[in-house]
Design a protein around this ligand. Structure first.
Ligand code: GLA
Length: 532
């Protein structure tokens, strides 16, 4: 093993990044949206009735705020290019509808497309959607939707922009954001709807961005979307969230599947937009949607998305800090997506919890017996246990997975081969590694919360996939970097490791890995062991 001194860092002055967000950013949007149940078949009375039901059913009180009109309201552009609403569905325009929503103390959302044609014009035969998108009408539409009609939120789809015009996502959404800011000020909440994680630029544009194709009221679809979001936690931060799509609760899933659906959307800090008919929502679904303790995970002041700390058998264990950064209370999910019973055995130290740990089941809203050492559970198929856990001590983390890293060049658009990604590898801890790292300074991996309580010297052991002709550059807190060159490994093992000595300051440290010169090796994880 290769021991190298990485940096000498003066201890003492470094500050802890204490997440004290208070209300500094918006939590994920909560509300109702018309698409899942009604598709383009919406109208004035229907939207107002759903808004009324949101109040009557106690959902407003539970925190649901937005009533969002999705595709289907478009009529035509008049001779000045001004958008008119659908003559039968919204004969009196949309101002009255938005006013009604506002009169209930709620917020109003609208929909458009980044290109000329809406998705409904392509997939739902809604001929009025042709030419109704924002393309060429950005300022005019922003003035109408936000200033004249008074909408607070817009979902911006991409059917016309990608299928007809082949526009560049980042450029197109940036133009639209600028137009909206210029015309309406920057209070409008924007959802980027490009059906895949579009790139790290999305946080400059939107409060949320879709990460998947459209949800359906089927288990397979819920499981697929959770799967897409498992390794995107690095991109969610207060005010900017991965959007797992509108909720299919109240639309025929089994009770335990609804629990997985809502529970995972909550712990992953997705927007919560109900998609069923609120006037006839089944009681059990309504109760779940009003579960205050799950909602609190979603609206938590830290604004974090839970990340995967264990993937064993078919199960996943996810965790996130809640209430206070690096406190003793954390939210944990044991998730079984499989079709059979799954055994979980979770050493509490991987949750960074020491001593006796109190547990509360947030779905059932019941305290559970305290636990020590290892949490063992068997979960039925398609189910989740969502816990609020409070430990006697919060332990210092010792392992950082590649799949938690922030990759500035990552997107999931699949437009180019050989771009950086999280890839499955059965030998890797957690079953995942990063591939296609390096080749430029920007194409690095970053862990910005490498935590040391007191600061000091550590042995950092990096596990990687050996490969001749690769190099790895490591930087801690942007101090002196170290370049590792001999990464051939030994014995033909699928993974090799190398240890370097690093100096961490007290609190959060930023660790970067990459290679500006050539490909870096694929990375599995790194561990830290204090040396002094
Ligand atoms: C796309 C979006 C959906 C919905 C429809 C409307 O498919 O992903 O959520 O808005 O367009 O046509």
């Amino acid at each position: 093993m290769n021991k190298l001194l990485l940096c000498a860092f003066a201890l003492g002055l470094a500050s802890t990044t204490q997440a004290d967000n208070g209300n500094a950013f918006d939590p994920p949007v909560m509300g109702w949206s018309s698409w899942n149940t009604y598709r383009v078949n919406i109208n004035d009375a229907l939207i107002k009735k759903q808004a009324d039901a949101m109040v009557q059913k106690g959902l407003k009180e539970a925190g649901y705020k937005y009533v969002n009109i999705d595709d289907g309201f478009f009529g035509y552009r008049d001779e000045h290019g001004v958008m008119q609403t659908h003559p039968e569905r919204f004969p009196n325009g949309l101002k009255g509808v938005a006013d009604h929503i506002h009169s209930l103390g709620l917020k109003a959302g609208i929909y458009s497309d980044g290109g000329s044609n809406t998705c409904g014009s392509i997939w739902d035969n809604d001929a009025n959607g042709v030419g109704s998108g924002l393309y060429g009408h950005e300022h005019q539409d922003a003035d109408l939707y936000f200033n004249k009609w008074g909408f607070d939120f817009i979902k911006i789809d991409y059917c016309g922009a990608s299928q007809e015009l082949s526009l560049d996502e980042e450029k197109r959404y940036t133009e639209i954001r600028r137009a909206i800011d210029k015309v309406a000020g920057n209070h409008v909440s924007i959802n980027v709807c490009r059906w895949a994680f579009p790139g790290t630029w999305a946080k400059n544009i939107g409060c949320s961005w879709r990460i998947s194709s459209d949800i359906r009221p089927e288990w397979k679809s819920v499981k697929y979307i959770i799967g897409k979001n498992l390794y995107l936690s690095a991109y969610a931060e207060g005010g900017h969230y991965n959007d797992m799509d509108m909720l299919e609760i109240g639309r025929g899933l089994k009770p335990e599947e609804e629990e997985v659906h809502f529970g995972m959307w909550c712990i992953m800090s997705s927007p919560l937009l109900i998609g069923c008919d609120l006037t006839s929502i089944p009681e059990a679904s309504l109760k779940l949607l009003k579960n205050k303790e799950l909602i609190a995970l979603n609206q938590d002041p830290l604004g974090l998305q839970a990340y995967v700390v264990q993937h064993a058998n078919e199960g996943y264990v996810l965790v996130k800090d809640i209430e206070q950064a690096r406190g003793t209370t954390r939210a944990v999910a044991l998730y079984n997506p499989s079709d059979s019973v799954c055994g979980f055995s979770v050493p509490l130290e991987i949750l960074e919890m020491g001593g006796k740990v109190k547990m509360r089941d947030l779905v059932k809203q019941k305290d559970l017996p305290t636990v020590r050492g290892t949490l063992k559970r068997k979960l039925p198929p398609h189910s989740v246990l969502i816990l609020r856990m409070t430990a006697e001590q919060r332990l210092e983390p010792t392992r950082y997975e590649a799949e938690w890293a922030y990759l500035p060049c990552f997107n999931d658009l699949g437009l180019r081969p050989k771009t950086i990604l999280y890839a499955p590898m059965k030998e890797a801890s957690g079953g995942m590694k990063i591939s296609y790292l390096g080749g430029s300074t920007e194409n690095h991996a970053e862990w910005s919360n490498v935590y040391s309580e007191k600061g000091g010297m550590y042995d950092m052991t990096i596990r990687y996939v050996p490969h001749a002709d690769r190099k790895l550059e490591i930087k801690v807190n942007n101090e002196k970097s170290i370049l590792l060159k001999d990464l051939t490994g030994t014995n033909n093992e699928p993974l090799a490791s190398v240890t370097v000595r690093v100096c961490l300051k007290p609190g959060n440290n930023i660790v970067r890995m990459g290679s500006p010169y050539c490909w870096a090796p694929d990375i599995d994880c790194f561990t830290l062991q204090k040396t002094d």
